[in-house]
Design a protein around this ligand. Structure first.
Ligand code: ADP
Ligand code: MG
Length: 414
């Protein structure tokens, strides 16, 4: 690696891990930060791979940002398990419940991302609506290529969206200067990658790995140590502080990766298939830790995953298909507090758009014979039920397109 590209890598790495001034008590700065750990070198794959190149935002033709002014996506049923233990008399009216009225921490509306690698355009996100409340733990699932990583990278400030709206905390990530985007990455997000080797510096022990981003951010040694201990304690890794990554299991490496991502105390933690390389036991372990971090530190967590049992570990599962959010599911809890069934709901956005489940589309098509892509609709008197029937528009049927015989004046017999 050339010196200048190494310097870029180091700068980018430093940017990602600067101190979150907003969230941390003022750091008592030692006269000069004296890192006990070395900055990453060219041998280290971690920082280099940790920052994908930022492509220029391509122009988006024909996709106007949503005009809906307040831009709120549909209200979602509260999924938080943390219900305060209040007697019914003390419970606030639903309207005055702050949790319902507080704006969501993450709010995306009609979000588009278009890549243009060569001549052809790839629409990776096509109108994503997503809300995540502060302190929520959300799983994102979907087939490969459906846009999960793209969405997460936009949330991480690693890529810019092409159109739509996206706000995280106070920041509008569409209309944001490069400088503010850097500040956002430094202060407000932690990221855990799938490849365990990408999250940690191999020649630093566990504690130094967690102290490194803090050292780069200029945190004092005592504070760094304290934070590392606090995180390792929460992640049940206190007995392995002096181990090197190669002396840890994959699951343990990912636990340390979580600690590294949280070292500078960001309010949002993102993980892209963090258990993709792990077996089931280790995967569950990592989800347990992510859940613990979420509950203990109040960090908002978004996890992209293929793990089938994810609904057991998160408040809500969001399913993305072809660049749109099609449905959400929740694990219902029985009155005895046991986990019940997973209930899946279609997402209907404010513009009335929804994505039918694929199996519905297939049956729908087969009912109609020739697929016109049309449906006739009906609604029950009370509005509680909508029906959708495959339909053919009369003017589309083939015989009507036969040119009328001459002299017929276009009149058609019934
Ligand atoms: P997932 O994470 O769900 O597998 P991605 O977000 O990685 O999906 O990709 C969504 C779509 O965008 C895919 O069709 C993918 O090929 C395309 N894509 C992703 N990144 C790029 C890129 N940098 N350039 C061109 N196309 C891309
Ligand atoms: Mg992906």
């Amino acid at each position: 690696m050339s010196e200048s590209s190494q310097q870029q890598v180091n700068e980018e790495y430093a940017r990602q891990f600067m101190p979150p001034g907003r969230r941390q008590p003022a750091v008592v700065q030692e006269s000069a930060p004296e890192p006990t750990v070395e900055p990453p070198s060219a041998e280290s794959p971690a920082p280099a791979e940790a920052m994908p190149a930022e492509p220029d935002p391509p122009a988006l033709d024909g996709a106007e940002p949503s005009p809906s002014a307040n831009g709120a996506a549909p209200e979602r049923a509260a999924a938080s398990a943390a219900v305060p233990d209040l007697s019914p008399a003390l419970l606030p009216e639903p309207e005055s419940d702050g949790a319902d009225t507080a704006p969501p921490y993450v709010e995306a509306n009609d979000l588009f991302k278009i890549y243009k690698p060569a001549d052809l355009e790839v629409v990776a996100l096509r109108g994503v609506d997503l809300e995540v409340r502060a302190g929520e733990l959300v799983g994102i699932v979907g087939a490969s290529g459906s846009g999960k990583t793209t969405l997460l990278n936009i949330l991480a400030g690693l890529e810019r969206p092409s159109a739509g709206r996206i706000r995280v905390g106070e920041r509008d990530l569409l209309d944001i200067s490069d400088r503010d985007l850097v500040a956002y990455r430094r202060q407000e997000v932690g990221f855990v990658w799938q490849a365990t080797g990408r999250n940690l510096v191999p020649y630093l022990n566990v504690r130094d790995n967690i102290e490194l981003p803090q050292a780069i951010a200029g945190a004092a040694r005592r504070q760094r140590r304290q934070r590392a201990e606090e995180l390792l304690d929460a992640l049940q890794m206190s007995d392995k502080t002096r181990r090197y990554p190669s002396e840890l299991s994959g699951g343990e490496q990912q636990r340390v990766a979580i600690a590294v991502a949280l070292a500078n105390n960001p309010p949002l933690l993102l993980a892209d298939e963090p258990t993709g390389e792990l077996d089931t036991n280790m995967a569950e372990d990592v989800f347990r830790m992510l859940q613990r971090i979420n509950r203990q530190f109040g960090v908002t967590v978004v996890i992209v995953t293929h793990y089938a049992g994810i609904s057991h570990w998160v408040d809500r599962v969001v399913r993305i298909r072809d660049g749109r959010i099609g449905s959400e599911s929740y694990l219902t809890t029985s009155y005895r507090g046991e986990d019940g069934r997973e209930e899946e709901y279609l997402v209907v956005d404010r513009a009335g758009r929804l994505q039918l489940p694929r199996e519905y589309v297939e049956r729908f098509q087969s009912l109609n014979g020739t697929w016109d892509g049309l449906a006739s609709t009906g609604m029950a008197d009370d509005g509680g039920e909508i029906t959708l029937r495959p339909a053919s528009a009369p003017y589309r049927s083939r015989e009507r397109w036969e040119p009328a015989p001459r002299g017929d004046n276009g009149a058609r017999s019934a």
